[in-house]
Design a protein around this ligand. Structure first.
Ligand code: PLP
Length: 453
């Protein structure tokens, strides 16, 4: 038994929130209101230090798609630790498992037109990798002037400097400026709030596309390396665009020689009810950044998948040295976990369940909106990503105050479901193996949460 599990709960509670700086919160906040200590999990449920067990409506952090009891993934990790716990894939060596994984991923993503993998240690790394390789792609083609990046407002692309620079939310940017120069943000197809006051999703998509065209004309297409976007914006509050949007973005990028990167750290591997976000919208990106569910959250890992344009420039080219990579690129334990996850994801056909349970949750949330004025907007309808935007006044759409949002979350937790509050949004991203009963538990808990607000 390791010393880390020999401490009693009083010890843990005493030190909780004080010695560890937590992501996305201030040290003072976590000291004053210490976070819930999760000590165990099984199926789609988590248990806290006081023994309170709830359905995990967050799915870890959008990543535990197959739940907490996925034995094949656990076994794969344990076995790989015994066989080969680490070996590098840097120049000159590789490991057997990462070769096998690249083979399986190239099959899995063949319908997306993607056939090569570059391995990373997580989502932010996958984003950074795609941005860097986009610049290198243009340099190799003799268009060194193409260095800028386009992205969507409200988009989230992780926390490295490049990713933060294309992020479309000030919360993740302002304290870290100056960020990368040459990053420009296009209005998101966010029907509830947008600068055009357009409430029709299709018309709004057209306006955003026009804004994209205008920005390209303004910057000069020859200065832009890539456009990065989430197929459905996730952390920004689950914003699915009209189905016409993504194919038109691809068309615009193609016409202007701009690479299209889909950031599928959330949407790849089934969450949207399709195998990938690209497949959901019928597009073929030049690069796809993936992570999270690739290992079901059990091991930090990611993969950037490459399309034909990338192959054309990087392969058979002695100058195309990739001066980029991570100690853990192709980590054998991560690769073994990913192989098992891919197999389970396909065996269980998780997108099908994600779609069915996603519809149940989405409709359940819409029913809650009928009941509670505090819910200004419900977004989702594509698999298991749903958000409710909370307002203190429906007419003015004034965002809810943080304390009320917190009450909804806490009371829902007391009533059987962990849900996530991010600004005014209450976000649901449960494991994709959720049952009908589990989904009902989440909705009942939310009902109690809104009733208390
Ligand atoms: N890109 C998207 C779309 C994400 O949702 C996230 C994380 O939520 C990231 C990138 C960053 O991933 P990570 O937190 O694994 O670095």
């Amino acid at each position: 038994i390791g010393t880390h599990i020999m401490k009693d709960s009083n010890f843990l509670k005493e030190h909780n929130g004080r010695l560890m700086w937590h992501p996305m919160t201030s040290p003072k906040d976590s000291a004053d209101a210490p976070p819930t200590i999760i000590t165990g999990a099984d199926g789609v449920s988590i248990t806290d230090i006081d023994g309170h067990r709830v359905v995990d409506g967050v799915g870890g952090l959008w990543n535990v798609n197959l739940g907490y009891s996925c034995q094949p993934v656990k076994d794969a990790i344990a076995q790989q630790l015994d066989i080969l716990p680490y070996y590098s894939t840097f120049r000159g060596t590789t490991n057997d498992v990462s070769i096998e994984l690249s083979y399986e991923l190239s099959k899995f993503f063949a319908p997306d037109g993607l056939s090569r993998a570059f391995f990373t240690s997580g989502g932010s790394d996958s984003v950074e990798t795609s941005l860097r390789l986009a610049r290198q792609y243009h340099k190799l083609r003799g268009e060194a002037g193409r260095t800028k990046f386009l992205s969507l407002k409200k988009g989230y692309h992780g926390t490295h400097i490049g990713g933060a620079s294309v992020n479309g939310n000030a919360n993740f940017r302002t304290a870290y400026e100056p960020l990368l120069p040459g990053c420009f943000h296009i209005p998101a197809p966010y029907t509830y709030r947008n600068p055009f006051n357009e409430t029709d999703p299709e018309a709004l998509a057209q306006l955003c596309l026009q804004a994209l065209e205008d920005e390209i004309a303004f910057q000069g297409a020859g200065t832009i390396a890539a456009m990065i976007m989430e197929p459905i914006l996730g952390a920004g509050g689950v914003i699915p665009p009209h189905p016409s949007f993504a194919p038109a973005v691809q068309d615009i990028c193609n016409r202007h020689g701009i690479l299209l990167i889909t950031d599928e750290v959330i949407t790849a591997y089934g969450r949207t009810g399709a195998w990938s976000g690209a497949r959901l919208w019928g597009i073929q990106p030049d690069m796809m950044a993936t992570a999270k569910a690739i290992t079901n959250g059990y091991f930090p890992f990611g993969a950037v998948m490459m399309g034909q344009r990338m192959l054309d420039v990087f392969e058979d080219n002695p100058n195309a040295k990739i001066g980029h990579g991570y100690t853990y690129s192709g980590h054998p334990v991560g690769a073994a976990a990913a192989l098992a996850c891919l197999a389970e994801t396909q065996r269980l056909n998780v997108p099908q369940n994600a779609a069915a349970r996603g519809t149940q949750l989405y409709e359940g949330c819409r029913a809650l909106m009928e009941k509670y004025d505090i819910i200004g907007d419900v977004r989702g309808g594509y698999g298991l990503m749903t958000a409710m935007e909370m307002v203190s006044d429906r007419a003015t759409k004034k965002p809810i105050d943080a304390a009320t949002a917190q009450t909804v979350q806490e009371v829902a937790y007391q009533n059987g479901a962990m849900v996530r509050v991010s600004g005014p949004n209450l976000i649901l991203s449960p494991p994709l193996i959720l049952s009908e009963t589990d989904a009902t538990t989440i909705l009942t808990a939310l009902d109690a949460g809104f009733a208390a607000a």
